[in-house]
Design a binder for this molecule. Structure first.
Ligand SMILES: [Zn+2]
Length: 344
């Protein structure tokens, strides 16, 4: 066991998980309260509990107006802006978060206006609940050139050179271009070079941008997670987080995971332990290292089961590599964790 412990620490170090091991600041830990890959479009409504969970920060847009944006998206936006500035490209925030209520007010106000009317509103204003701007993860940018703001749609669309530079940098900070050219049949919107969407992961963003696909297409491919490792990792981490929150309820403040291996179908066939678990075609066998942050030190013994240890300095229970199965329930269309910790 000792040997494995050392191996475990080395794995974590190489994975960069403990890059800030000396930093005990709890806010530095990422907790996913919401799904950064949430799909909101003309046909997919914002989840009902979204607005009460979303963490927004107050910022100013290009016109010095008070606006709000999701916290992590904004942190990454600042880095993107900084890097573009070095290349002589200046971007500013335009429209960002809009609550369902604000959208409803806009909808009501405009439909009462005799010059606009309901037909006009239907055409130009997204139905409340169906705008990606409700998520706080969508950012409309505008440009600043020679001290002047460039914000009109047509002016931005024709500035291909500047936007090519911007789009090249997006994935590095977890952003994608949401409304691609010639994909309006999928997204429901025409090309919008200014509408950026934060997806919470550089790897996911890279995959989407490199393949020149829409979020709709990417999420479609997630359903086939056996052929998509990044999607599988994302789904495993998300499902594990829920799994731990359910079994430990108020006993953990936080959890974090590092998926170290995803078994291919060939490997499963050769592995007697995993083979015996009767894995379905859409299930995924994986190995993960994980850590739990206890709410109260009196709970740590329970959290250490089966073979974790408590790192006093970090204040986290760190655990040995475990094997698990991500099961897909075809009828309900949901994932769950099965056989966690089996036969290692
Ligand atoms: Zn937009």
């Amino acid at each position: 066991m000792k040997k494995k412990k050392i191996l475990f620490a080395a794995t974590l170090l190489s994975a960069g998980i403990f890059a800030c091991a000396c930093n005990t600041n709890k806010t530095a830990v990422k907790k996913i309260n919401y799904d950064y890959l949430v799909l909101v479009n003309k046909y997919s409504k914002l989840p009902d509990d979204w607005e009460k969970n979303i963490e927004l920060v107050d910022v100013k847009n290009a016109w010095d107006e008070d606006i709000k944006v999701e916290k992590e998206a904004y942190e990454n936006y600042k880095k993107l802006k900084q890097e573009l500035k070095k290349e002589g490209v200046n971007i500013e925030l335009d429209s960002v978060y809009r609550s369902v209520k604000e959208q409803q007010e806009l909808w009501d106000e405009w439909s009462k206006d005799p010059e606009k009317g309901i037909e006009y509103v239907k055409k130009y204003v997204a139905t409340p609940g169906y705008s990606e701007h409700h998520t706080g993860l969508a950012i409309d940018i505008c440009l600043k050139k020679d001290g002047k703001l460039v914000y009109e749609n047509d002016d931005m669309i024709s500035d291909r050179k500047t936007f090519a530079k911007i789009h090249k940098k997006l994935s590095k900070y977890g952003f994608i271009l949401r409304y691609l050219e010639n994909k309006d049949d999928i997204t429901g919107y025409a090309y919008e070079p200014w509408h950026l969407r934060y997806v919470g992961s550089k790897n996911v963003a890279k995959e989407i941008m490199n393949k020149n696909i829409t979020l709709e297409e990417y999420l479609g491919s997630i359903k086939d997670i056996n052929n998509n490792k990044e999607a599988a990792k994302y789904q495993i981490e998300k499902t594990l987080q829920k799994y731990f929150e359910d079994i430990y309820k108020d006993k953990i403040i936080n959890s974090r995971f590092n998926v170290t291996k995803i078994y291919t179908h060939e490997e499963i066939k050769k592995n007697e332990t995993i083979k015996s678990l009767k894995i379905g075609k859409k299930d995924v066998a994986f190995e993960v290292t994980y850590q739990l942050q206890p709410t109260d030190e009196s709970d740590i013994n329970e959290l250490m089961i089966p073979n974790g240890e408590y790192d006093q300095e970090l204040g986290w229970v760190i655990n040995i590599n475990r094997l698990g199965i991500l099961k897909y329930n075809e009828k309900k269309g949901i994932y769950s964790i099965k056989n966690f910790g089996t036969g290692w």
